[in-house]
Design a protein around this ligand. Structure first.
Ligand SMILES: Cc1cc2nc3c(=O)[nH]c(=O)nc-3n(C[C@H](O)[C@H](O)[C@H](O)COP(=O)(O)OP(=O)(O)OC[C@H]3O[C@@H](n4cnc5c(N)ncnc54)[C@H](O)[C@@H]3O)c2cc1C
Length: 460
């Protein structure tokens, strides 16, 4: 990241991207250490340039960027203010990472209620994008576990918002991509666990129909479940997958050597890719080989394996900068949800990807439970598929266009936290409550102080 200090020492001009490393833009980056400091920044933000919050920059594209404006990082608002060990209520500043919450909560048997595929995200962000995890079918998304949120509104008024006190603002903020205000604190209900290990069952499936059937059955039996699919498989192998499902282990499930430390959790040092890692290594040939090897290596069926939290929930966190494997061109993610009943469209999406020979390195299929009230919240009851492609893949724009049409026709939507290219008119078809969101934004922020590269592109 190129950085140089500008006239005020409170901020510096930086070039920012999201995790996909595409679409860099420059902004003033400020890192307030107190809520009062954050309020001053908001109060003095010039409306013409805009301001947006940023956590750890793990959204895939430019939701936490503001070209020519100001980005307020919550990196230094990272204190856990209180942890009620009896009730499992965590009161924390918005820059606290989910990893920090795990380190603090696990010794007394508390885990985060919902974890995305990385724990290197801040508390503010799971609220702003209403994130989901492998347990969405039973636990819903992050907002369901949020007791209250302290929000700095565009004029810098600090407001405590709960679902009861102000449902409209609460549900605009959950999933609102930082566009209703700066979240500075939140109270979160953690989840009780008996150990820090997960008891995991693994099943290898032969094709997309079996994958969907096993996922549906596993949703009834397990708290967490997900399928890692081979995006390039075709013909009779289309949609073949490795499905891992599990629940937190009980004390009796642990091997003797581990039973003495049932809540052990050591995030530890993470490996990094070597600096000279060759670019462009992710292509249709290497991904086809990797998918084949990984599918063959998986057991046909295995039950009762005890896995650490990192292995089960955050396998990609083991490599610090894995996003660099895509080379300097970066990568784009496409994630959709389609309602139940649209199984033929799910199958068709696998066909489109494999026919395009587009190498998705990480391909994840899972089922969501009911969605929540968030105006721009992504999850709804149905099938969600996430795909990662090197940004320079030939024909990618055409593939995304075909997927968009499929998604709209089936009554589904794409995930804003991952989006880099959906056309604004298509987005409006996908999010029926978009007009409500825009209206509320207009009332809350008439001068349009809060803005991101994403919001400008989509007119949010
Ligand atoms: C490996 C990997 C796996 C993932 N798996 C999942 C998954 O399973 N489920 C899922 O839902 N997502 C998943 N994601 C996406 C992920 O949830 C988001 O990318 C992540 O939460 C971003 O967090 P962040 O703190 O880096 O936020 P940033 O990228 O910095 O910000 C993202 C958005 O949140 C807003 N925001 C951040 N902090 C605040 C604040 N304090 N106040 C107001 N707005 C704020 C920003 O303005 C921006 O709009 C995954 C991402 C990666 C890299």
């Amino acid at each position: 990241m190129a950085a140089y200090y500008s006239v005020t020492m409170a901020s510096r001009t930086v070039r920012l991207t999201g995790w996909g490393r595409i679409a860099p833009t420059e902004a003033e980056l400020a890192e307030p250490a107190t809520v009062a400091g954050a309020a001053r920044l908001l109060e003095n933000a010039p409306a013409a340039r805009g301001v947006i919050a940023r956590g750890l920059g793990r959204s895939y594209n430019n939701a936490a960027q503001c070209a020519g404006g100001m980005v307020i990082s919550t990196a230094r608002l990272n204190r856990i203010i209180d942890l009620d060990r009896a009730a499992g209520l965590a009161t924390c500043e918005a820059g606290v990472s989910l990893e920090q919450l795990m380190v603090a909560g696990l010794p007394s048997g508390w885990f985060v209620p919902v974890s995305p595929g990385t724990r290197q995200v801040t508390v503010g962000r799971p609220i702003a994008a209403d994130v989901h995890g492998k347990n969405h079918h039973v636990a819903g998304s992050f907002a369901r576990h949020l007791r209250s949120v302290d929000l700095l509104l565009p004029g810098a008024e600090l407001r405590t918002v709960t679902e009861q006190s102000d449902p409209e603002l609460f549900w605009a903020t959950a999933g609102g991509m930082g566009l209703t205000g700066l979240i500075v604190r939140a109270v979160i209900q953690l989840k009780r666990v008996a150990t820090s290990r997960v008891r995991v069952d693994t099943v290898r499936t032969a094709d997309i129909d079996q994958t969907m059937a096993v996922l549906a059955e596993h949703d009834r039996r397990y708290g967490y479940t997900v399928a890692w699919s081979d995006s390039l498989a075709r013909g009779g192998n289309l949609g073949r997958s490795v499905i891992t499902s599990g629940d937190f282990a009980g004390l009796a499930d642990l091997p003797e050597a581990e039973a003495g430390d049932p809540f052990a959790f050591r995030p530890g040092a993470r490996l990094g890719l070597p600096p000279g890692f060759p670019p462009g290594l992710v292509n249709r040939y290497t991904v086809a080989l990797a998918n084949e090897a990984w599918y063959r290596k998986a057991p046909r069926s295995r039950s009762g394996e005890i896995q650490a939290i990192g292995t089960f929930f955050h396998p990609l966190d083991g490599i610090r900068n894995w996003n660099r494997v895509y080379g300097p061109g970066g990568f784009r993610q496409y994630q959709y949800v389609l309602p139940f009943g649209a199984e033929a469209a799910v199958r068709r999406s696998f066909e489109l990807v494999s026919q395009a020979r587009a190498p998705s390195f990480v391909t994840v299929l899972k089922r969501f439970g009911a969605g929540d009230e968030g105006l721009l919240s992504f999850p709804m009851a149905g099938w969600t598929l996430a795909l990662d492609f090197p940004a320079r893949t030939p024909g990618l724009a055409g593939l995304f266009g075909s997927l968009d049409r499929l998604v709209v026709e089936a009554g589904g939507r794409v995930y804003l936290a991952k989006d880099s290219r959906v056309p604004p008119d298509v987005l409006a078809e996908m999010y029926p409550r978009l007009a409500e969101f825009r209206k509320l934004r207009g009332e809350l922020d008439p001068a349009g102080i809060l803005a991101s590269d994403l919001s400008r592109r989509l007119g949010l």
